[in-house]
Design a protein around this ligand. Structure first.
Ligand SMILES: Cc1ncc(COP(=O)(O)O)c(C=O)c1O
Length: 390
């Protein structure tokens, strides 16, 4: 396998990287270990950098059509890597995954409708629901000993609400790191279909999974599941391309796709971004070896976290997928109002507050481990000394 250097320290303050920016850290926190925003501190795969350089060298950036190799790059990736055959005609483009979901919510439900979410879940789900004038219907995950599963009995009750129109699935799940199994997704899909609830599946972390945990695209479960689904997907998390701003919406049902296409045209969000397209084609066509190496590195980082925290009161486990770890601080007995200042002031760390993911996240925090191991280790040493001294 080709060698990639994930230990390289790159100065992300040289660009306005959010994770390292005062917008996120606060002007007083600029020397904290930045572990909140969900991107990687690694350079994109060399094949992507070469493709971007070639596109830059061309020098002309006038209006462009969608490159002919873009959609085949995505479908090839999904078939080869995840055994999911997607009809190219079912794919629409979007500027980013949240926008793709937001457009789908607007096109396929009405103001006042209820959307089911499974907290603790990615905080922006709450925002896109509220900002589009819809309501949240909560179907919390069940936690036991750090493991999370879906509450299907509760889901059936929530889906039976006549105003419940959409389920926002997070597959794999941010922040708890579950890579949902086919049986779990099938059960969820059956409940939603029985009650006429559409599944919008956010699969931005799809493919970031460790060991035997296999990502199952919701729509790959079969024809009926696919027709009751909208999948929002992009290479942003897999290849660290979030600032390239490009994503896809996969809509197998013709009527739903026509509604979404109309929304897409209404907002004129379907122009080609030359750099995003070049990056995506290169990543999907040639980024596999880099991703495999990154996954090995990330899994070793996750093991380091678990080993280093083993003798503390912080509970952690290697996630099934994603580069995010869901740390349980409840044994420390601190309220979130105390916990986060404590982490900042005593451990020099900026994590994402668990409570941001819903009330179910109280006492937890999310740690991003996609950084050079030496820096992660130093940050963990500071955390261990802070909690040992507390
Ligand atoms: C589950 C999930 N969905 C969507 C996003 C945001 O995607 P985008 O930047 O493409 O809108 C994130 C980013 O952290 C995420 O974790």
């Amino acid at each position: 396998m080709q060698k990639f250097n994930f230990d390289e320290e790159i100065d992300r303050r040289a660009v306005p990287a959010l994770k390292w920016h005062k917008m996120v850290l606060g002007a007083d926190g600029m020397d904290l270990f930045p572990a909140s925003v969900a991107d990687m501190d690694f350079k994109a795969p060399p094949v992507v950098l070469e493709a971007l350089q070639a596109r830059l060298d061309h020098g002309v950036f006038g209006y462009e059509a969608v490159p002919e190799d873009l959609i085949p790059a995505l479908t090839g990736w999904l078939t080869e890597r995840h055994n999911w055959e997607v009809d190219p005609n079912h794919i629409l483009r979007a500027p980013n995954v949240l926008n793709s979901m937001s457009m789908a919510i607007n096109a396929l439900s009405d103001p006042g409708d209820k959307l089911i979410v499974q907290p603790p879940v990615f905080f922006d789900f709450y925002d896109i629901v509220a900002e589009n004038g819809r309501e949240i219907l909560s179907n919390p995950l069940i936690e036991s000993d750090g493991d999370y599963r879906m509450d299907f009995e509760d889901l059936a009750k929530k889906a039976a609400d006549p105003r419940a129109k959409i389920m926002l699935l997070c597959n794999p799940h941010n922040p708890v790191g579950r890579v949902w199994r086919a049986e779990e997704l099938r059960r969820l899909g059956d409940i939603c279909a029985a009650h006429g609830v559409l599944v919008i599946s956010d699969e931005i972390h799809g493919g970031l999974s460790f060991g035997d945990h296999k990502y199952t695209p919701f729509a790959s479960l079969g024809e009926a599941y696919a027709r009751n689904s909208v999948t929002s997907i992009s290479p942003a998390k897999l290849f660290n391309l979030a600032a390239c701003g490009a994503a896809f919406t996969i809509v197998p049902d013709d009527t739903k796709r026509a509604a979404l296409q109309a929304e897409n045209s209404r907002l004129t969000v379907n122009k080609n971004n030359a750099f995003a397209s070049a990056a995506m084609v290169a990543a999907y066509n040639g980024g596999g070896p880099w991703l495999d190496a990154a996954l090995k590195y990330l899994e070793a980082n996750a093991r380091l976290v678990v080993d280093m925290l083993a003798d503390t009161q912080i509970e952690s486990r290697v996630p099934e997928g994603t580069f995010l770890m869901w740390l349980d601080f409840r044994k420390l007995g601190m309220d979130p109002v105390e916990l986060h200042p404590f982490l900042r002031e005593q451990a020099n760390m900026q994590l994402t507050r668990g409570i941001a993911f819903g009330e179910e996240g109280r006492g937890f925090a999310r740690l991003n481990i996609a950084c050079p191991r030496g820096r992660l280790k130093a940050a963990l040493e500071a955390l261990v000394s802070a909690v040992t001294a507390s």
